[in-house]
Design a protein around this ligand. Structure first.
Ligand code: B12
Ligand code: SF4
Length: 492
């Protein structure tokens, strides 16, 4: 069997980093980890080929080679997934679909032959057994969650590693919290399931042996779901692994209570973590109560962010406007929070209700659903009728985005952050493309960019105040260029 694994293209969005990764000549920010995991779960004797259409074209030759196509996608790739499916059907191929998009809304894809939903570790074996007997059903799904200690090492060799800015790896699935707008718990459960430290070391070794020295994203929903295991097993193992390695800085996602645990932060930094994405959502206590984000309540979150920065973790933040409790004053309060905390990468979105969440059920009961969500939570759209009125919400949202990504505010925020940040010990090895990126940014941003004054001001400020953070300052300037492009595209 020749199995063709296809990942549809991402639109040009906040998280695609398309306008930033060009500076280092990369094609995509992250690899399709679901498909490389699937590759390892498919029978060993099958021939496998992976086409991530974010890094290369799906050609007629690929389709002619294949006996069967396996496609994975998130909601944001809905349109491009439809295009891929149409091409595969035209070529007369059987299409098998899985991953978060199809798990959430498979009924909308009539052309797909087989849906192998939820976690492939659980649903794929019965599909393969039925296929062998020529009796495969249309839908395979489960309400169970798998034991990820049995998940195999992803088949990294299916990827062209040189095309990616970062690699990803997964230590845990699921989250102990219960925020009402989030479908992580519906998709992956409440109890964080973890891999063993040995499994992670084997995965790291296999990537390292393939030559990977770049950034590595631990794509956990909440990396600190099991702190005891982290402190006693995983982080000591990562520190040990690092001893004879170059590069490979880590970043991940965690809840804000990470800031309460000084020793955990120190161990993470020692193990090579230098950044963490945190769901801040809103500085408004009532709105936090409304969405059941108790872990963010009754704390000084600006101070929490600074504590993480001082420990050596750059904080990227997720923010939401459009809660029922929000009044128009929320827009300025969000701007103030973002500026004061020095969260450079602030993903601000309108509240959306993904199917399968408690918010979705509430909106349905209240007749406030507006159809499908776009899947891109930074495009200024929503699938619910907000309390404050859609126009007020949209205008306020556009104001936030215009404000925080204007060169003056953005560069100010970078300085606020760099002032606080403890420089990481683990550095990315300087390769030729990163070396060139420095010149490219000097020309594109420093000579032709609207932000040129701010760019050189940051350059000089960093040179004299935090010279050890120069490469990070340039990287953040390049990210700012991407975020501004996205704002322009969305006409914010
Ligand atoms: C890494 C990640 C990203 C990366 C994407 C990198 C990439 N190239 O894929 C980035 C940072 C770009 C990203 C962005 C966004 N993401 Co995201 N992301 C994740 C995250 C944290 C990990 C994904 C991953 O690699 N998992 C590990 C692999 C092993 O799991 P998997 O892909 O689910 O695959 C398993 C199964 O699904 C299945 N499977 C997968 N594919 C296939 C295919 C077949 C044929 C079969 C049989 C089985 C199968 O088997 C695998 C093994 O069990 C998930 C949450 C999560 N824990 O999964 C969210 C998640 C996928 N993202 C989500 C969302 C909403 C977003 C954003 C809108 C913003 C946000 N809230 O984060 C943006 C949208 C993108 C954009 N605007 O460009 C949602 C998707 C919801 C949905 N139903 O589609 C998730 C589930 C998190 C959440 N609830 O908010 N994201
Ligand atoms: S803490 Fe994050 S992953 Fe967990 S339920 Fe809340 S939003 Fe979802």
């Amino acid at each position: 069997m020749n199995a063709l694994l296809v990942y549809p293209e991402f639109p040009d969005t906040f998280w695609s980093f398309k306008h930033a990764i060009r500076f280092i000549h990369k094609k995509a920010a992250l690899p399709p980890l679901g498909l490389v995991t699937l590759g390892a779960l498919l029978p060993e004797k099958w021939s496998k080929r992976l086409v991530d259409t974010n890094v290369k074209k799906l050609t007629a030759a690929d389709l002619a080679w294949a006996d069967c196509v396996f496609i994975s996608a998130m909601v944001v790739q809905r349109d491009s997934a439809r295009q891929v499916i149409a091409r595969c059907k035209e070529a007369g191929l059987k299409v098998v679909a899985g991953g978060p998009l199809f798990t959430s809304e498979y009924e909308k894809f009539g052309e797909v032959d087989h849906f192998v939903l939820n976690e492939a570790e659980l649903t794929l074996p019965s599909f393969l057994a039925d296929l062998e007997m020529n009796g495969a059903r249309r839908v395979y799904k489960t309400a169970e969650f798998c034991d990820i200690r049995k998940t195999p090492t992803p088949m990294w060799e299916l990827l062209d590693l040189r095309r990616y800015a970062s690699m990803s790896i997964q230590f845990s699935r699921g989250c102990p919290f219960n925020c009402d707008f989030c479908n992580v718990t519906a998709l992956l459960g409440h109890r964080p399931r973890i891999k063993t430290a040995d499994q992670i070391i084997t995965e790291l070794d296999s990537l390292y042996n393939l030559g990977w020295r770049g950034q590595l994203f631990f794509v956990d929903d909440n990396f600190i779901g099991n702190t005891r295991f982290l402190k006693t097993e995983l982080l000591p193992a990562l520190m040990d692994w690092r001893k004879d390695k170059r590069g490979v800085p880590f970043y991940t996602e965690a809840s804000v209570n990470l800031a309460d645990d000084e020793s955990l932060m120190q161990m993470m930094v020692e193990a090579g973590f230098d950044a963490v994405f945190v769901g801040i959502e809103t500085p408004d206590e009532e709105s936090l109560a409304e969405c059941n984000k108790g872990q963010n309540k009754n704390r000084d979150m600006v101070e929490d962010v600074k504590r993480m920065q001082r420990a050596g973790l750059q904080v990227q933040g997720g923010f939401i406007v459009g809660f029922d409790n929000d009044s128009p004053s929320i827009f300025q309060r969000q701007i103030d929070f973002i500026q004061n905390s020095g969260i450079v990468t602030a993903m601000v979105g309108l509240l959306q209700a993904p199917p399968g969440t408690r918010l979705y059920e509430r909106m349905k009961l209240e007749n406030r659903l507006l159809g499908d969500m776009s899947g891109d939570n930074v495009d200024g759209t929503t699938n619910i009728i907000p309390n404050m009125g859609l126009n007020t919400l949209r205008e306020g949202y556009h104001d936030i985005m215009r404000n925080i990504y204007s060169p003056q505010q953005y560069y100010q925020r970078v300085r606020t952050f760099l002032q606080e940040y403890k420089a990481p010990k683990i550095r990315l090895p300087l390769d030729f493309q990163r070396f060139l990126a420095f010149f490219r940014s000097n020309i594109r941003l420093g000579l032709f960019g609207k932000e040129r004054f701010q760019y050189w001001r940051l350059f000089l400020w960093t040179l004299f105040r935090r010279p050890e953070l120069m490469s990070l300052a340039i990287t953040l300037a390049i990210h700012g260029h991407h975020f501004r492009k996205i704002c322009e595209l969305r006409i914010f």
